[in-house]
Design a protein around this ligand. Structure first.
Ligand code: ATP
Ligand code: MG
Length: 437
């Protein structure tokens, strides 16, 4: 009897090779930009103690209350699949003593897990690339991170489809004061509030500011903006940041309602959003979190970071920059006609790999008509096919088929290395170096 197929878990998708080639291109560009600012990679575990996220993100937040994948391990300890990367980075920094009295500029990439309703741009396992800068308190680093993201969008060709929203949520003290005003307005209009907002009045009223409910948004028009209550240092910081962005020519939109969903933020918060993807329009979000390291038991360390949702970014790039090509999986497809001559193909491929280490070459091992082999090469996205056609030409001669220009010519085996190096712009390793390695 045929057995049932086992399918992937809802909201967790497979990234097939064809998708990965596109993701790799995007990731390569992002990593290149991030590295150009002197940031280094950190890799942290995918699971952490549940208490880390409860303490860092805050117990009364959507992420911790509703979205975490929390389990007991075999020891009975409560562990959680990470819903974001900042808490883990701060934990690792404290644990290894690399934050105290020093700067750390870090980036990470990997899967995050949130139990949310799956839809386009919202998954239960999704990927983020994130950046965290520890040890700098001035607005310059805030501006630099924003410049870094703007440079990423430019390199990906999506600058015209994405805009920067910026706000300052001040200090904890600022927000406490503001809570009072907000709560009194909400209490006087309790009949307008939906269940979610009612639940939040006493637990986390600030989150009501970014409620999507139109009646609540209308009510909030009467509310004085949070920025009017900023403490003078936060205000100064914010003006400093705006000034730097003005000088750098980065347009921004001050969104008084932007508060962000996680408790650890203070002062600067920002989001890059798009209208091109429908509801899931936030591509990148971040902010300052000067109290998180202390909250997690470390020495006081100012910090700021952001995270980019890679699936949403890929959707946006696909939507508006058709020129960005996926990374090529195969440059050259090598075809040896006749099974008895396969060893010649294998030998030539190994020599090509020795002398052109960057070359992506796939060997064809099956018999069949040349036309079929070419079709396969094209499907793989190969730029060239090389044919060792033992029926027609001697071992010293090869056929080079160029799929881009749709040409075909005979070349000598001795020339093939330099021809490919020049056509594919690859570094040719000298045979002497080759022997040494
Ligand atoms: P949203 O308001 O869309 O739920 P968020 O505020 O929860 O986003 P962050 O915690 O700031 O998101 O995460 C940073 C980025 O990660 C987001 O801007 C988004 O691009 C991406 N992201 C967050 N949750 C998901 C998800 N469930 N699926 C895919 N991408 C996500
Ligand atoms: Mg969310």
């Amino acid at each position: 009897m045929k057995k049932n197929k086992i399918q992937a878990i809802r909201g967790m998708k497979d990234y097939l090779p064809i998708d990965i080639a596109f993701y790799q291109r995007i990731e390569q560009i992002l990593k290149q930009v991030i590295s150009s600012y002197g940031f280094s990679e950190i890799r942290i575990p995918v699971v952490e103690k549940t208490s880390l996220f409860e303490r860092a993100i805050g117990s009364i937040t959507d992420v911790v209350e509703k979205e975490m994948y929390t389990f007991q391990d075999r020891n009975g300890d409560s562990i959680t699949l990470r819903p974001e990367g900042t808490a883990g980075c701060a934990r690792a920094g404290i644990e290894h003593g690399i934050l105290y009295h020093q700067e750390q500029r870090l980036w990470y990439m990997g899967p995050m897990f949130r139990y949310e309703r799956p839809q386009k741009g919202r998954y239960r396992q999704f990927y983020q690339i994130g950046v965290e800068a520890f040890g700098l308190s001035g607005p310059e680093i805030d501006a630099e991170l924003i410049l870094m993201t703007a440079r990423c969008w430019k390199a990906l060709g999506i600058s015209n489809h994405i805009r920067l929203e910026l706000n300052s949520i001040g200090s904890l003290e600022t927000r406490k004061q503001y809570h009072k005003i907000l709560v009194s307005l909400l209490k006087n209009n309790i009949h307008i509030l939906d269940k979610d907002c009612k639940d939040r009045i006493y637990s986390n009223p600030l989150r009501i500011l970014d409620s999507k409910n139109p009646a609540i948004q209308e009510l909030l028009i009467n509310l004085p903006p949070l920025r009017e209550y900023l403490d003078s240092e936060s205000n100064h910081h914010f003006l400093g940041l705006c000034n730097q962005l003005d000088i750098a020519g980065i347009p921004y939109h001050i969104n008084q309602r932007l508060v962000r969903g996680l408790d650890y933020y203070n002062r600067t918060v920002f989001e890059w959003t798009t209208n091109s993807l429908g509801a899931q329009g936030t591509i990148c979000s971040g902010g300052r979190y000067d109290n998180l390291v202390t909250e997690l038991g470390g020495h006081s360390t100012p910090a700021i970071g952001f995270a980019i949702g890679l699936e949403r970014l890929a959707l946006l790039v696909q939507h508006c920059n058709l020129k960005l090509q996926p990374n090529r999986i195969v440059d050259v497809y090598l075809i040896t006609k006749g099974p008895e001559k396969q060893h010649l193909g294998m030998l030539l491929s190994e020599q090509l790999r020795n002398l052109l280490p960057e070359l992506k070459l796939m060997n064809n091992f099956c018999v069949g008509k040349l036309k079929k082999h070419f079709a396969r090469a094209i499907k793989l996205g190969a730029r060239f096919a090389i044919v060792i056609n033992t029926d027609e030409i001697g071992d010293e001669e090869l056929i080079l088929k160029d799929f881009l220009h749709q040409t075909q010519k005979k070349i000598l085996k001795t020339e093939v290395y330099s021809i490919l190096a020049s056509l594919l712009d690859l570094k040719l390793q000298s045979p002497i170096e080759d022997q040494l390695h």
